[in-house]
Every structure is written in C-alpha cells, then in structure tokens.
Design a binder for this molecule. Structure first.
Ligand code: SAM
Length: 275
C-alpha cells in the first residue's frame, strides 16, 4: 500500500518534469579479459563466441563505445534472439519494422537492430521503443530518455517514445518484442511503478494488434511459471518456438538460468497469400 503511494507520487513527478539533461556521453571501458569470471576452456569458448558475434552483427561501434556490462548484455540479447529464431524463418525484406514494448533505457537497442537487420538483410530498419517511465533519473543525472537517445545514436536509427504503449496506435510491425514484461503486481511495484500501470493482458493484446499478419511477437520471461501465465494471456497468435535463455556470456549468467523466450506468429487472414 505505502509502496504504491510512494511509486504513484514519484511516477507523476517524473511524468510532469520529463527530465532530460544534455551532454550525454556513453561510458566506454576496455574490453580486455571480458570473460574473466569464467575459467579455462569456458573462457576461451566465450571469447571465440564474442568474436563471432562481433563479426556477424558488426558490433565494432558498440565494442569501442560501451561499458563492459552493456557490451556483454548486447551479446546476451543476440544469443537469446538467435535461439528464439532458431528454426523459424525470417523472410528477407528491404524494410523491417520493430516495436519494442517496455524498453527501459533501451540498453539492448544495438543488438535488437543488428539481429533483425542481419537476419532479414533489411536496408531500412524502423525501430521504436515505448517506455511508460522514460524520465527516471540515474546517479549521473541523466535520464532513461538520455541514455536511450545515446544508444540509438550509435546505430543512427530508431525512436524512443515515452508513453503508455497500451494507448498507442502503433501498427504495421514485422516484429513486436516484450523483454520481461510485468506479469505480477509485486514485480511492477518493485520496479517503481504504481499499480494502475499494471495491465499485462491489455499490453500484450496491443502488441499483438500492432504486428502485421505473418509477423512475430517475441516475449522473454524470467521463469517457466511466467511463460505458462503468458500462454493464458496471448490470444490470436500461435506459439512457434520456446527456448531457454540461460547463458554465461554475461557475468550474471546464474540469474539467467530460469529465463524463457517465446516466439508467437500472427495468422494470415483466411485465403490470403502466405509469406
Ligand atoms: C521489467 S522491465 C523490462 C525493461 C526492458 N525490456 C529490459 O529488459 O531491460 C518492464 C518495462 O516495461 C515498462 N512498462 C510497463 N508498462 C508499460 C506500458 N504500458 N507502456 C510502456 N512501457 C511500459 C516499465 O516501465 C519497465 O521499464
């Protein structure tokens, strides 16, 4: 109860102030011994995997302008997306639109853009991240929106919209992504949002509605229980893949042990041409 009141006041203040501070420079750290938390052959294998991902997804601009945490996190997102689309055909397409729901500060924007660009050979990528609470301020006095703008500048594309996605009219997406949406009120309260922002089914249905026929919805959950819950909330889309997201390419590998990725596909209208 107290937590909800506290969150509601904070959320309203952030929404009214829409805090931004110019001069955002993303921190950079050397990437030497990136996998020092692993040992022996495992460390060598992780280094080889990093080199492979860097080459395939053209990660050099990120490699040279990111913290170790953000760089590894983007590697994790790429691994997870690869697993999600393993055995699922993504058609080649000149244009590709991604809508990400609940983007936080969009720390994974680079991986998200590069994965779909690479998989579809798209020349024009439209990527939009929606975040209801984009003006949370960090210790360095920059906000989530400042960070998101800097991450998007690294890939020279994409939009970050501070708004309730449930109220958006976004449409025509080839893929909608929801990484770790709140499925319990406790998780939402812990994150700092008030209870009246809790609307998992409405958010999921809006995400599904924004995807084209034949397009995809990708959802990552923290546990199997959440993934089961997700199945009860998604309607009008078919589950085509469910994968484990455990990986020690991040130094918090153990915390990824129970994570699950799901890919749903939107149906084509009856009698229409299938892609
Ligand atoms: C658990 S966090 C995950 C953030 C991010 N996807 C990640 O993996 O780091 C869920 C995010 O969804 C955002 N969110 C919740 N409801 C939303 C809504 N209706 N519209 C847009 N964003 C929302 C929250 O503010 C939060 O940043």
């Amino acid at each position: 109860m107290m937590r909800n009141i506290y969150n509601a006041i904070g959320f309203r203040i952030r929404k009214a102030l829409r805090f931004r501070r110019p001069g955002m420079v993303l921190p950079n750290e050397a990437k030497k011994n990136l996998f020092e938390y692993a040992s022996g052959d495992r460390r060598l294998a992780l280094s080889a995997r990093e080199e492979e991902l860097r080459k395939v997804y053209k990660l050099d601009p990120l490699f040279h302008a990111s913290s170790r945490y953000i760089y590894r996190d983007n590697l994790y997102w790429l691994e997870g997306l690869e697993r999600c689309f393993d055995g699922v055909t993504l058609a080649k397409s000149a244009e590709f639109k991604i809508v990400d729901v609940g983007s936080n500060n969009f720390h994974y924007a680079f991986a998200l853009a590069r994965f779909f660009e690479t998989a579809t050979a798209a020349q024009h990528l439209d990527m939009c991240g929606y975040e209801i609470d984009g003006h949370v301020v960090y210790a360095d006095l920059h906000s989530r929106a400042d960070y998101a703008a800097a991450y998007l500048a690294q890939i020279r594309r994409g939009r970050y919209v501070v708004a309730d996605f449930g109220l958006s009219t976004e449409s025509g997406a080839d893929v909608a992504t929801m990484f770790f949406p709140f499925l319990t009120k406790d998780a939402l309260l812990w994150w700092g949002l008030p209870i009246d922002c809790f609307s998992p089914q409405a958010l999921l249905l809006r995400a599904i509605a924004c995807v084209k026929p034949g397009g995809f919805l990708v959802v990552w959950n923290q546990t199997d229980e959440e993934a089961d819950q997700l199945d009860g909330l998604v309607s009008g889309a078919r589950l085509v893949n469910r994968v484990r997201l455990k990986s020690d390419i991040v130094d918090y590998g153990e915390a990824t042990a129970d994570r699950v990725g799901s890919v749903f596909r939107m149906p084509f209208p009856e009698g229409s041409q299938r892609g």
